[in-house]
Design a protein around this ligand. Structure first.
Ligand SMILES: CC(C)(COP(=O)(O)OP(=O)(O)OC[C@H]1O[C@@H](n2cnc3c(N)ncnc32)[C@H](O)[C@@H]1OP(=O)(O)O)[C@@H](O)C(=O)NCCC(=O)NCCS
Length: 192
C-alpha cells in the first residue's frame, strides 16, 4: 500500500481485495452516466464484481482511497495478458502478443476527482507494481473513445502511443505503453 499527500492530495492506493466489494459497489453505483459510459470492464453489481475476481486470477484491481474519509475514489484494473476479442484487431497492427509480458489496463476515477492529477499518480504506483511482475507492455482495455478527450490526453501524457483506430459506437483508438524496466524510481511521489 502506498500513500501520498503531494499537491494537497491525500490519498492511498492499494490492491483490491474481496473485502472491498461493498465499498467498491458504492463507488461504482455513484459514478455519473458519462463515466459509466466510458468505463465498463465488468458489470457493477456485487455478484459480477465477485465473479470477475473469483473466476480469474488474471484480474488485478487497484483502489484509490481518500484518506480523509476512507471512501473509494478510484478503481483501476489490470488484466494479465490481452483480451481475447481484441486479439485479431491488435495483431492487425503487427503486434506479437504475449500473455506473459503484456497486460491490459482500464482506469476510472470518481467524477469529482477527475482532472486533478490523481490518475497520473495512481498510474505511477501501478507501473511500479507491473515492473515487479515483469510486464513489458500495457494495452488499453478495448481502446479509448476518440471523443473522450480527457482520457486520450491522459494516456498521451503518460507516454502511451497510438497503434491505430477502429469503429465501435464511434471512433476509438488502440494505444500501448512500453514499460522501461531499466529505470529505477517510478513511485510518482508516493511514500512507500
Ligand atoms: C481517464 C482518467 C482516469 C484520467 O485521470 P485524471 O486524474 O482525470 O487525469 P489527470 O488529472 O491525472 O490528468 C492527466 C492528463 O490528462 C489531461 N487532462 C486532465 N484533465 C483534462 C481535461 N479536462 N481535458 C483534457 N485533458 C485533460 C492532461 O493532459 C493531464 O496532464 P497535465 O495535468 O500534465 O496537463 C479519469 O479522467 C477518468 O476516470 N475518466 C472517466 C473514465 C474514463 O474515461 N476511463 C478511461 C476509459 S478508456
Amino acid at each position: 500500500m502506498l500513500t501520498t499527500t503531494t499537491s494537497k492530495i491525500n490519498i492511498q492506493v492499494r490492491r483490491f481485495t474481496i473485502f472491498d466489494i461493498e465499498n467498491l459497489y458504492t463507488y461504482l453505483t455513484h459514478l455519473s452516466p458519462e463515466t459509466k459510459k466510458r468505463f465498463g470492464p465488468h458489470k457493477f453489481d456485487k455478484q459480477s464484481i465477485f465473479d470477475f475476481y473469483r473466476e480469474s486470477d488474471k484480474n488485478i484491481g487497484y483502489i484509490t482511497l481518500d484518506n480523509e474519509n476512507h471512501s473509494i475514489i478510484g478503481y483501476f484494473i489490470i488484466k494479465r495478458g490481452f483480451l481475447a476479442h481484441d486479439r485479431e484487431r491488435l495483431e492487425g497492427y503487427r503486434l506479437t502478443l504475449d500473455n506473459q509480458t503484456d497486460c491490459t489496463f482500464a482506469p476510472s476515477l470518481a467524477d469529482h476527482w477527475q482532472g486533478s492529477g490523481v490518475g497520473k499518480l495512481v498510474f505511477q504506483f501501478i507501473l511500479s507494481d507491473l515492473k515487479k511482475m515483469k510486464f513489458s507492455r500495457i494495452i488499453l482495455w478495448g481502446g479509448v473513445q476518440s471523443d473522450n478527450t480527457r482520457a486520450v490526453n491522459y494516456y498521451i501524457n503518460l507516454g502511451f502511443k497510438t497503434l491505430g483506430q477502429f469503429s465501435h459506437n464511434g471512433n476509438n483508438l488502440d494505444m500501448i505503453y512500453s514499460i522501461d524496466q531499466s529505470t529505477g524510481k517510478t513511485d510518482g511521489g508516493f511514500d512507500q
